[in-house]
Design a protein around this ligand. Structure first.
Ligand code: AQP
Length: 339
């Protein structure tokens, strides 16, 4: 079948990625991103990738990066992404990401890149600041625009990068003619940001100040329970949802609600007259129950890295077919000579 005869996709396209920068994803990645990926594979034409090229914006050990790329893929599948229904692939397997990334770098203003809050935060924390840390949002825009994604499920921390992606798409379309779909961020308000258990005013992040504040989704049950039971709570005793006055308790309610599917109001009324300790026990139970099958499946998948690589190779073939169509059109538009 020729391209022009290909049937138009009937579902909107969803696309997102997660960096391969840790042995285990954390609960913020799971609730803010991965859980949404799993939901969207039911309703969307789904593309999800492991962002190993973004990972090297900061120093990485090569053997560890390779291992973590496979571990991240295993967690995608362990969490419920089905390679038959979603296209799962590794960013570096598709050269068009860097090809379009370069073109979008040339479309981005220096001031625009320097205004990105993630760049400001991370460049402030690292002694050596790579150029890649600055240009990363242009590569992220390429990751998305290459696939003509309609929606991008992410956590709140990616909102600004998504806004830049939209601006770059509109700028390119305006200058060269309609080329890219302008994507929408899909950020679920209730779960947009999961907070550190020890510092519930800071985003849960792998660069957490203390490991106790970070729930890794591959943590064993004892560790999960211990971390949740030691979560910092707030003054007072009443379980209420108030992110400003009670950030610790509110974060626990958010986690429970995101994983159990029960509303915050329902949970608050269930814990009326009970102590913070009761809430922690319930949150620990729901976290352990949710992550148990994910962990088991992930560890099984990691026992067979050859099979994981086969899945990722097939994903790269499917992703590449889509990416190639866009990059050829982009080359034509910007005036690159045909071979
Ligand atoms: N705390 C969070 N709450 C909700 N969503 C979150 N995400 C990350 N943290 C939270 C979402 O997870 C997806 C993957 O993001 P990433 O590839 O940037 O992952 P990360 O580098 O592991 O995020 P960290 O831990 O925040 O990294 P550092 O410490 O390097 O800054 C994205 O959709 C993101 O929004």
């Amino acid at each position: 079948m020729t391209d022009s005869a290909a049937p138009a996709p009937t579902r909107p396209r969803s696309l997102s990625g997660i960096q391969a920068t840790s042995d285990s994803l954390h609960l913020g990645n799971y609730i803010g991103a991965l859980q949404q990926f799993v939901a969207q594979q039911e309703t969307h034409d789904a593309f999800f990738f492991i962002a190993n090229m973004h990972a090297i914006t900061v120093d990485q050990d090569p053997a560890q990066l390779r291992e973590r790329t496979l571990r991240t893929a295993a967690q995608f599948i362990g969490a419920g992404l089905d390679p038959q229904r979603s296209t799962l692939y590794v960013q570096s397997h598709i050269p068009a990401h860097t090809q379009l990334g370069w073109i979008l770098e040339c479309t981005t203003g220096l001031g625009e890149a320097m205004r990105m809050t993630q760049f400001k935060d991370k460049s402030g924390k690292n002694e050596h600041v790579s150029l890649g840390l600055l240009t990363y949002p242009a590569l992220m825009a390429a990751d998305i625009l290459l696939y003509q994604a309609d929606v991008v499920p992410v956590g709140e921390d990616q909102r600004q990068h998504l806004e830049l992606t939209r601006n770059l798409a509109e700028r390119f379309n305006h200058r060269y003619g309609q080329t890219f779909t302008v994507p929408e961020a899909h950020i679920l308000k209730a779960t947009a940001k999961v907070y550190d258990l020890q510092d519930p005013t800071a985003k849960m992040s792998k660069s957490a100040k203390t490991p106790a504040g970070l729930i890794e989704i591959l943590d064993d049950e004892k560790t999960l329970t211990k971390k949740i039971k030691s979560a910092v709570t707030d003054t007072g005793t009443e379980v209420t949802y108030d992110p400003h006055a009670k950030p610790g308790v509110s974060n626990l309610l958010t986690i429970h609600s995101a994983l159990s599917g029960r509303s915050i109001e329902e949970l608050v009324s269930e814990f009326e007259g009970k102590m913070y300790g009761h809430l922690k026990v319930a949150v620990a139970e729901v976290v352990v129950e949710t992550l148990r099958p994910l962990r088991t499946r992930t560890l099984e998948l990691l026992d067979d890295p050859a099979e994981l690589s086969r899945v990722l190779d097939a994903g790269a073939d499917a992703a590449s077919a889509v990416a190639q169509r866009t990059i050829e059109q982009v080359f034509e538009r910007v005036g690159f000579l045909h071979r």
